[in-house]
Design a protein around this ligand. Structure first.
Ligand SMILES: *[C@@H]1O[C@H](CO)[C@@H](O)[C@H](O)[C@H]1NC(C)=O
Length: 285
C-alpha cells in the first residue's frame, strides 16, 4: 500500500554564488541541483535572480522568454535529471507578447515539466532622498496572481523576496491547504539581519506552516550584497536549518505531521473570529 503513504519531503535550498556570466550560473546551478539530488533531496530550490546579477540595470540585458529561453530549458533538464521538484529561483523574464520584463519563478516536476510560474507580485520601490533609491518598477512589471503548485507532498505556495513582507499571500496559501510557502529572495545586509528570519518565522507561526527562503550567496565585488542565510522554518516558528552568507546547500527533512500536531496544540484555525474580521482567503479582490 505504498501509494497511500505520502512521500517524505527532503528539501534543499541552494544558496548559489551568482556571477555576471549567465552560462556559468546555469552550469553552477545544475551541478548543485544534481549534488542535492544525490543526497536525497526531492524538493530543490534556487535563489532569486540566480542567472543574473541582481539590479534593475541588469534585468533588460539578462531577460529571456520562459517559453523557450536557455534558462528554462536548463531548469527543466536539471529537474528531470535530478528526478526532483525544482522551484527555479527567479530569472528576469521578457514576455514574448508584450515585451514587458518580470521577475519570474518557474517551477518543475521530476519529469522536467513546468507546473507553475510566479511573477513577483509586489515590486520593491524605495526612494529616500539623499540616501537610497531602488525602483524595481523602472524596469519590471508586477505579476497579477498568487501562485500555488501541486506536488506529491501536497500544495506549496510560492512568492519572491519582497512578497514575503506581505502576510496575505501566505495566509491565503495556508487556508487553501498549502503545507509550505517558499520564497526565493535577496535581502540586503541592512534588512537581512533585521527582518529576513523574523519575517519567515512570522509567516510560519501565524499560518502554522513551513516557510523556506533561498538567497544568492554574498558577493562583495557585486553591486548588490545579498544577506544570504537561506533558511527553513517549521510550523511552530522554529528555525529548522540555516546557513551564513557563503555558497552552500541547506538541507531539511520536512516532517509534515508537525503541522497537524502543532495546529492541535494551538488551534488557531478553529478559534478565528470571522464574525469580527474577514477571512481574506474567501474575499475576492
Ligand atoms: C538595504 O535596503 C534598505 C531598505 O530599502 C535600505 O534602507 C538600506 O540602505 C539598504 N542597505 C544597503 C547596505 O544597501
Amino acid at each position: 500500500m505504498a501509494s497511500s503513504v505520502p512521500k517524505a519531503c527532503k528539501l534543499a535550498l541552494i544558496q548559489l554564488a551568482v556571477t555576471a556570466d549567465k552560462e556559468a550560473n546555469l552550469g553552477n546551478a545544475r551541478s548543485h541541483v544534481l549534488e542535492a539530488a544525490s543526497r536525497g533531496a526531492n524538493l530543490i530550490v534556487l535563489p532569486e535572480c540566480f542567472n543574473s546579477p541582481y539590479g534593475t540595470g541588469y534585468f533588460p540585458e539578462y531577460a529571456e522568454s520562459i517559453k523557450d529561453g536557455p534558462s528554462v530549458k536548463a531548469l527543466s533538464a536539471m529537474a528531470k535529471d535530478a528526478k526532483a521538484y525544482l522551484i527555479g529561483g527567479s530569472i528576469p523574464e521578457r514576455d514574448a507578447t508584450d515585451g514587458k520584463i518580470y521577475n519570474t519563478c518557474t517551477i518543475y516536476n521530476p519529469d522536467g515539466e513546468m507546473i507553475g510560474t510566479h511573477r513577483k507580485v509586489h515590486l520593491f520601490n524605495i526612494d529616500v532622498p539623499g540616501k537610497i533609491r531602488f525602483q524595481e518598477s523602472e524596469t519590471l512589471s508586477p505579476g497579477n496572481k498568487l501562485t500555488q503548485v501541486d506536488t506529491d507532498f501536497g500544495k506549496i505556495g510560492v512568492g519572491i523576496c519582497y512578497d514575503m513582507r506581505f502576510p496575505e499571500p501566505a495566509m491565503i496559501a495556508a487556508r487553501e491547504g498549502c503545507f509550505a510557502m517558499i520564497y526565493p529572495g535577496a535581502f540586503n545586509t541592512t534588512t537581512g539581519p533585521l527582518h529576513w528570519e523574523l519575517l519567515q518565522r512570522a509567516r510560519a507561526l501565524d499560518n502554522q506552516m513551513f516557510v523556506a527562503t533561498c538567497s544568492p550567496a554574498r558577493d562583495m565585488s557585486a553591486s548588490y550584497h545579498a544577506w544570504g542565510h537561506s533558511s527553513v522554518v517549521g510550523p511552530a516558528g522554529d528555525v529548522i536549518q540555516t546557513t551564513e552568507e557563503k555558497q552552500d546547500i541547506v538541507y531539511a527533512d520536512l516532517d509534515l505531521s508537525k503541522i497537524a500536531e502543532f495546529r492541535q496544540n494551538i488551534p488557531l484555525g478553529d478559534q478565528r473570529r470571522f464574525d469580527l474580521y474577514a477571512d481574506i482567503s474567501k474575499v475576492n479582490p
